[in-house]
Design a binder for this molecule. Structure first.
Ligand code: NAD
Length: 260
């Protein structure tokens, strides 16, 4: 098998100027895919990331700005990409608050960015996949797409919604060479997670190692973070021929969290 099995494929990864999305983009590009990076900003650094990936992997990488809280921008992202064989719906935000105090604007933003955008991008990408005769929809849900935690109502609702949406897309494409699956990570070490460590150390008066083990990874039996490279590896596997009959399901990358 070629070591660049995704040569000739174009992958659009939403929310990919950092963290898991960037890790997935890097791994798909290593496997030969041309990648489209995205976020809501339009900074030199965003375009520089795409150039760096192009140079490292001898693929074409582009950055396209689109604010996925807006349905028309989510749709325009796919139109501007021009081709979308692999769609990775990854963009996400979080807000933690009891339901009766949950800010309405935060609820609306979380549902729009994580659930509604998945509907819009998928609706635009499926005709392109059908025209190309091959496609992969990979939705980044969460352990919170399968279980709940208090104070994360919008996030848990959106991530469960993404799992449901994934099943529908799989059934609507079941007889075509297109698959749709959701990856459900537990805690992954990203800049977002790293940035929470100092405050948590202060709040609990704990050292870094204790915060990681006893607070952050309390529900992750492996007591280790997943890495963005591992998430990229799982996404690359879902694009392989071996995964052609894997559709409509969830793949947990959570160190045993959902086995508890
Ligand atoms: P991150 O903050 O590093 O990445 C989020 C990405 O989404 C960024 O690129 C950000 O710019 C983008 N984004 C946010 N709002 C956007 C908008 N309006 N329009 C376009 N892009 C927008 O965080 P991450 O940890 O890499 O999270 C990526 C995904 O993985 C999210 O969906 C998150 O819920 C999910 N996830 C993360 C973890 C974890 O432990 N890090 C665990 C489970 C699931």
């Amino acid at each position: 098998m070629s070591d660049r099995p995704l040569r000739g494929k174009t992958a659009v990864i939403t929310g990919s100027n950092s963290g898991i999305g960037l890790g997935i983009a890097r791994e798909l590009a290593k496997a030969g895919a041309d990648v489209v990076l995205n976020s809501f900003t339009d900074r030199d650094e965003d375009h520089a990331l795409a150039n760096e990936i192009s140079q490292q992997t001898s693929t074409s990488a582009r950055y396209i700005k689109a604010d996925l809280s807006k349905g028309d921008e989510a749709r325009a992202l796919i139109t501007q990409a021009g081709k979308c064989d692999i769609l990775v719906n990854n963009a996400g935000i979080q807000h933690v608050s009891p339901i009766d105090e949950f800010p309405v604007a935060k609820w609306d933003a979380i549902i729009a960015i994580m659930l509604n955008s998945t509907f819009h991008t998928t609706a635009m990408a499926l005709p392109m996949m059908r025209a190309a005769g091959w496609g992969r929809v990979i939705n980044i849900s969460s352990a919170h797409g399968l279980t709940a935690s208090p104070y994360k109502s919008a996030y848990v609702a959106a991530k469960h919604g993404v799992v449901g949406m994934t099943k529908v897309v799989a059934l609507e494409t079941a007889e075509e060479p297109i698959t749709a699956n959701a990856i459900c990570p537990g805690y992954v070490m990203t800049p977002l997670v790293e940035s929470q460590i100092p405050d948590t150390m202060e709040k609990y008066q704990m050292d870094r190692e204790t915060v990681i083990r006893e607070v952050m990874l309390q529900r992750q039996p492996s007591k280790e973070f997943a890495t963005t490279e591992q998430l990229g590896g799982v996404a690359t596997f879902l694009c392989s021929d071996a995964a052609q009959q894997i559709t409509g399901t969830t793949i947990s990358v959570d160190g045993g969290w959902t086995a508890l």
